[in-house]
Design a protein around this ligand. Structure first.
Ligand code: EPZ
Length: 429
């Protein structure tokens, strides 16, 4: 378990480079299993979830090597197993993305079912339903999905129109690109991380039309050829540092980003009173006062990203009035609320809605990070609070934020990290 100590109350000022996207790189690593040859992936963030996915690929027989920091070579020519180990899939839900490629390459996949995690049950029934519709026989035994298919045949697949599952879109697409015939995925996710994977597959020779839309048309091809790709910048890290600038009333420029992926986030921060300057690959946030109250409801892209909902709760916590935050994607994504309350926030959570009455100042306190995005929200609260905040369970931040405390320190934050013994080993999302 690690604890991060933050002494808050001063504005953060400066420039910070945003790393490659966790949720953008993970599908690319999984997709590389489809290719008999070497895939080169640039801008891969050095974070725990990526390490877990590399371990998973290696467990299947793929060769994974770095030629430079952030540049990963994956050679899946000689993958020799269709059954990744439980302890890796349990540790990181994204490992389940290997199911589609293994089914494609081997016509067989034995993948442990990912467990739930702090933000709610994390079923994969949409993924399994898609595999079945493509012609696979699927059984779930002893916590493992056993999928077999003499051949995969294209078909029309309708995903849930409200949820537009990111993972299901990716996994079904990875199973369909080498299938016989045409697969249409209706209500596909339009998240930039999914679009980046669609574009990568096309660069490898996949026949996919409707890229970036919620209707994907995938014509199966006999094989894919090696290609290289650069992971998109991390939207969530971008948002976290923009909120840091806002809640500390500072002046932060985030660089190496995709500003076009941040439209709705920038809109909400401007509504909260921030001044934001924009270029194609930078955003600068300046704030001199307490933010205005906010009203947000999370939703599939281009809606407000659920992964930034906890960060926005910190804006609401110090706003000049009452804010309303609705979470429409996950069942329990307010795990941070009780911890923020310990810091003086006034948050009432009722089912999927949080009513937040802003206070003048939060006060530092010892708190616990229950999951990755709750952890970054507590760090933001500590930066905005008067006095010292100690966040235990802080190792969860390493899953999705590269050198988080170093980046905060470079902006003037007073932050230290203390290591105590082994990790709690909680399941992650
Ligand atoms: C991806 O998770 C992200 N993870 C999540 O980020 C993100 O919050 C989520 O998409 C939504 O944008 C990665 O990309 C690795 P979903 P995923 O399938 O694919 C339900 C983070 O902090 N559902 O879009 O698992 C599901 O329970 C993480 O970086 C089913 O019911 O999300 C949820 O309520 C957290 N059955 C909703 O759909 C299924 O088979 C959306 O889930 C699949 C999903």
């Amino acid at each position: 378990m690690d604890t991060i100590h933050i002494t808050g109350g001063q504005p953060l000022v400066g420039e910070v480079r945003i790393s490659g996207s966790k949720n953008g790189a993970l599908p690319l690593l999984a997709a590389s299993l489809l290719i008999e040859g070497e895939t080169v992936i640039e801008n891969v963030p050095d974070i725990q979830d990526i390490h877990t996915m590399i371990e998973t690929l290696r467990s299947l027989g793929a060769k994974c090597t770095y030629s430079a920091p952030g540049t990963l070579h994956v050679d899946a020519t000689h993958i020799s197993s269709f059954a990744p180990p439980y302890h890796l899939v349990r540790r990181m839900r994204g490992s389940f993305y290997v199911a589609g490629p293994l089914l494609s390459r081997f016509r067989e996949a034995e993948v442990p079912l990912p467990g739930g995690c702090a933000i709610g049950p994390r079923p994969v029934d949409f993924h399994i339903s898609g595999f079945k519709q493509l012609g696979a026989e699927v059984q779930e035994r002893h916590g493992v999905m056993h999928a077999r298919a003499s051949r995969l045949r294209g078909t029309d697949i309708f995903l849930d129109g409200r949820l537009r599952s990111v993972g299901a879109t990716i996994n079904i697409m990875l199973a369909a690109v080498l299938a016989e015939g045409t697969t249409v995925i209706e209500n596909a996710s339009r998240e930039p991380e999914v679009v980046s994977c669609e574009n990568f597959l096309r660069s490898c020779g996949a026949d996919i039309t409707g890229v970036g839309t919620s209707r994907l048309v995938i014509k199966g091809v006999p094989r894919l050829h090696p290609s290289s790709v650069r992971a998109i910048p991390d939207r969530m890290e971008t948002g976290t540092f923009l909120v840091a600038g806002l809640v500390t009333r500072g002046d932060i420029t985030v660089t190496d980003i995709r500003a076009d992926h941040m439209d709705i986030v920038v809109r909400e921060l401007v509504r909260a009173g921030a001044h934001i300057d924009r270029t194609e690959d930078t955003l600068r946030v300046r704030m001199r006062m307490r933010p205005n109250p906010i009203e947000i409801s999370t939703g599939p892209y281009p809606g407000f990203p659920t992964d930034l909902q906890p960060n926005m709760a910190v804006v609401a916590a110090v706003a000049t009035g009452t804010s309303v935050i609705e979470e429409t994607i996950f069942d329990s994504r307010f795990t941070y609320a009780d911890e923020l309350t310990r810091m003086g926030a006034d948050i009432q959570v009722k089912e999927h809605v949080a009513i937040v009455r802003g206070v003048e100042r939060l006060s530092g306190a010892p708190v616990v990070a229950m999951d990755l995005r709750a952890g970054s929200a507590l760090a933001l609260a500590g930066l905005a609070a008067e006095g010292r905040t100690s966040i235990s369970g802080a190792e969860v931040l390493d899953r999705g934020y590269e050198t988080f405390t170093a980046k905060l320190s470079s902006l003037g934050a007073i932050v230290t990290r203390e290591h105590h013994g082994t990790e709690a080993g909680v399941a992650t999302c």
